[in-house]
Ligand binder design. Structure first.
Ligand code: SAM
Length: 199
């Protein structure tokens, strides 16, 4: 049972996925509220969210900022929920949501001003490949921003004990970002975890 709960956080499906989605919306809303201002979104910025889940984050951004947003998530359930929640933004051409695996997706260079992900990197077994893709997809002065729970918080959760979650420390993530060529990496700590920003 714990394994299937862990898997649902990685890729929500079916009825349990719907329940987990509600849990994430409520539990992770404060994390979106903390991270979004850090993106310093400017008019006409092109923003990418990796692992948009329920789609609340892209909704919050487009309700407040005059920018264009793309998202990629490999859960069909999340794709459907996020598309429904953001119908008006999709119809107006402000939002494009894709259903696909970011790790296998093609990313053209110099596309985005800002890229971010919240509670997603635990599911990447290797950080070098996805971080390199992100670095390539960013424009010259673009920014990548991560929200990740503190590793002690992750270790305490019962459903994270089965190998589905990679338990990265903040230092491992910062190191991996420098290694792929980000020049400036900074972080701040809050009650649940870290916001790591790099450019
Ligand atoms: C723990 S949920 C977080 C959802 C949302 N960001 C939040 O914080 O509430 C992780 C999300 O990332 C998606 N995801 C995980 N790995 C992915 C990958 N390799 N490519 C695309 N989406 C991925 C999952 O489908 C899921 O919706």
């Amino acid at each position: 049972m714990l394994r299937s709960i862990g898997n649902q956080f990685k890729r929500p499906t079916g009825l349990l996925g719907k329940i987990i989605s509600k849990v994430m919306m409520k539990g992770n809303m404060p994390d979106y509220l903390k991270l979004i201002p850090e993106l310093d979104i400017k008019q006409h910025d092109i923003v990418l969210e990796i692992g948009y889940g329920h789609g609340l984050g892209v909704n919050m951004i487009l309700s407040k900022y005059d920018c264009t947003v793309s998202g990629i998530d490999f859960s069909e359930l999340m794709f459907k929920q996020a598309s429904k929640r953001n119908k008006k933004f999709i119809e107006s051409g402000k939002l494009e949501l894709k259903c696909g695996n970011f790790l296998e997706s093609e990313m053209s260079p110099d596309q985005f001003d800002k890229i971010f992900c919240i509670h997603v990197i635990y599911f990447w077994d290797d950080l070098a490949k996805p971080f390199t893709k992100i670095k390539t997809a960013l424009k010259e002065h673009g920014m990548f921003c991560i929200f990740m729970a503190n590793v002690d918080f992750i270790k305490k959760m019962k459903f994270t004990k089965d190998g589905i979650f990679n338990k990265y420390s903040k230092d491992e993530v910062v190191d991996a970002l420098y290694k792929v060529g980000f020049k400036e990496v900074s972080y701040s700590l809050n009650s649940k975890g870290y916001i790591i920003k790099c450019c």
